[in-house]
Ligand binder design. Sequence first.
Ligand code: ZN
Length: 296
Amino acid sequence: MEDYLIRAITTNKEIRALAVNSTKTVEEARKIHETTPVATAALGRVMAGGLLMGSLVKSGEETILSIRGDGPIKKILVESNQKGEVRGYVANPKLPLKLTNNKKLDVASAVGKGELVVRKNYFMKEPYEGRVNLISGKIGDDLSYYFTKSEQKPSSVGVGVLVDKDQSVKAAGGFLIQLLPEASEDTIDKLENNISNINSLSHLIEEGRSPEDLLDILLKGFDYRVMAEKGVEYKCSCNREQVKGVMVSLGEDELKETLAEEGKVEIRCHFCNSKYEFNEEEVEKAIKNNDKTQEG
Ligand code: ZN
């Protein structure tokens, strides 16, 4: 099954629901960053959240999720857009294996206590930024809390990643359920009951349940209409010009020092590990151009 996401609304207009299968996308991230299982799970959960959140913005807009905690993973950053493209990284991809009491990969202690920041870069509009403290570090709960508290949209988010014995990703995905303003008490009760029937999201995906199947479970007892379906993938948008900008920001002193030692400056993209090399002439020209823009 290829990775894809669906977005639906109940015909009574009380619930918005999204579900995504991101197994291949998270496996791609694992290969790029060579993450160990706990780091794969943490990054994969945030990526599923990013894809769900990213599909609620308009075309040309992007969503950036960043999590900073006092746990050993330190930082998780995920960028996504409305096209279903996602990229991300963790500060520490080589976490040792640690399991919770019920034998799950221990993402919460890898993340620790800290903050979730969501930034939305809008087209021709001031960016939006919302932040909440992490309530569990398990990501799903933290995203639910963010939507409810920061965006005032009561929501339930489930994200999960199942890692195989050979460390590859066996299943990954997520769901987002949002109550719309007309939601009745009866709807809320029914929905809570449905959500509690999902024990392990990643196991359902592993069994071959599609995003539609997940919505059938979550929206049991409601009629719904699928409004959009789209493929999702790991995609980095980095390019030479952009990376040149990052290089210049290292500062003239450091760049000259690197040039003196190595005869070139090498920059790696955090998101896809692509290597960009700049020779002496290019670096000097970039520094000079940067000076000019600062003067102007
Ligand atoms: Zn890149």
